[in-house]
Write a protein of this length. Sequence first.
Lengths: 371, 371
Amino acid sequence: MLDSSKKPSLDPFGQTSIENYDYLYEEFGIQPFKPLLQDIPETTAAMRRGVVFGHRDFDRILKAMKLHEGFAVMSGIKPTGDFHLGSLITAREVVYFQQQGATAFYCIADVEAYEDNGIPFEKSEKTAAGNIADLLALGFNLDKGYVYRQSKEERVKDLAIAFGRRVTLATMKAIYGERHLGLYLSSLIQAGDILLPQLKEFGGPKPTVVPVGIDQDPHLRLARDLASKFNRRYGFVSPSSTYHKLIKALDGSAKMTKRAPASHFTLNENPETAAKKISNAFTGGQPTVKKQREAGANPSICPIYDLYMFHFFEKDEDAAKLYNECRTGKILCGECKNRLIEVVTRFVQDHQRKRLQFIDKGKEILERLSR
Amino acid sequence: MLDSSKKPSLDPFGQTSIENYDYLYEEFGIQPFKPLLQDIPETTAAMRRGVVFGHRDFDRILKAMKLHEGFAVMSGIKPTGDFHLGSLITAREVVYFQQQGATAFYCIADVEAYEDNGIPFEKSEKTAAGNIADLLALGFNLDKGYVYRQSKEERVKDLAIAFGRRVTLATMKAIYGERHLGLYLSSLIQAGDILLPQLKEFGGPKPTVVPVGIDQDPHLRLARDLASKFNRRYGFVSPSSTYHKLIKALDGSAKMTKRAPASHFTLNENPETAAKKISNAFTGGQPTVKKQREAGANPSICPIYDLYMFHFFEKDEDAAKLYNECRTGKILCGECKNRLIEVVTRFVQDHQRKRLQFIDKGKEILERLSR
């Protein structure tokens, strides 16, 4: 029997907190990613460490990769703030698939930022320049990729208009709940984003993988439904997806969110501030040192362990090592945090140095897009 | 007491049949047009004959006309077929206001044609070329006006995106009933059409009159609501409107509709076919000649009398004359129809000759718009 109190509800616009990822397989028909690992010639750390835990129709992508057939990767960011650790996972997956041969699409979801968060387009444009610099600093290759803003890409708006005719209110309510019309419209545009790589201008129908956080799955469900409804007209191949887990909030709250600064740090943050947030973070530790030495701590509820796992273990075997040190009380939370602060500081400084070199490029791309 | 069985329901996408226009004043807050007539220096036949029977905030337009202040007129057509007698009223009002000093906007509502009727954009483009030729043949001045297609005018789509955030599903259901998402989206775009003349690029906020059939009032209600919600951002003046009555269907059905060919004729129709439709039309006549000579006929339910009234009386006093001839049984339906056929044939032939000269211009405008 399923314990319905722990049933996750997936909400791309709100709070999604998931305690048991197994439910997603049963409830939403998401497939586990682990069994595919052995077939992927080169994997990412996030895949190997179970951060990427689920997929829809990834087999189609695997086949394209193996046979060197054309495929695309598509994802993006809502430009409401600087890159954070969630945007980082997505961007790394996009860069990875691009390196594996995919044509890469990266969307600045400024219509969603407006409809969901009320951010004016002039404001999100400024944020987006930094987001693009982040993406480029992480290795995105502009020669084999397309970066665009929803508000300036007429093709995604026109796809939304085309799709509208076949979308009932009942469908939207079932997928997103009762929302204002702007959010529904922004969701239709996101379906347009996901299917954009398959338009004639981009070489026509092809497998497309969308690496996203699991809270974004509703957009995938809508896009897959529309791909099938408009298959005759556009020849769409149903889009595939990979899902990564949601990284725990540093402050012990339900989800890392831009609305709560202490819940996360950004890649553009002052390293000292980031260090302080780590220092103050919630952990899986015991109330006293004595108890922790005796009973050990609990990494499975710890955002610090999550941070290591999602981004900052150098080698895969470091995961098991820290897990054991933590469970047995060999390491205390303070020491564990200090180690992490060192790694994070190095990473953030290094990233910011690279990012700085791409800021002008980011602005240039946006200016070109705004014309 | 109101007899609720006769309450009109206004549905821009469906069948609207109105037996008692007085209800509209009470139910929807539409103002009677007649009291304004004396203040308008130059009126149209449709205004004088009560075809234009209602308005919202027309006083604002009157003031602009008197003080020679900038104002706009905005209306359009859903390109699902050739101009018919309804499109003719609207176009004539648009041309009239343009001649009175308004900047004129005429919208080819191809998004609505797609969302409501499923007409592909390539198909409605062909229809639209003819519609524009009709408009030009009726005297629309391109030097003081702007003709555009919704699907190619990014500003109306962008207004729809801006508006979406402040529109709840409850509002849409109250105005339009439960519809698919595409129709709601198309309604947001129509609100964009109505407010387009007030954007900076067109000289900023100004009184705008929208002459439409009464069934289109829901779009006005939405646009007026949005004008007020977005007043701070755009400075919108609440749009005004004039409402014309819906011309009775020739075949006695509820509404002239492109879906029922016998219910109407188009301005591009073979004059013989138009004549035949008039010959076969439903009338307010009696079952026998004898009875009609004795008791007279009923012009108030007669589409033939409507046709005269809406378009084909040369002088206003002809209306009273025919009304009396009909009521007293002095004229029989056959003779009345034959007279009308003569007038209509002349009009249609004349219009088609003019229209032919503008077809290339219509295509040229559309090609320019499609780039």
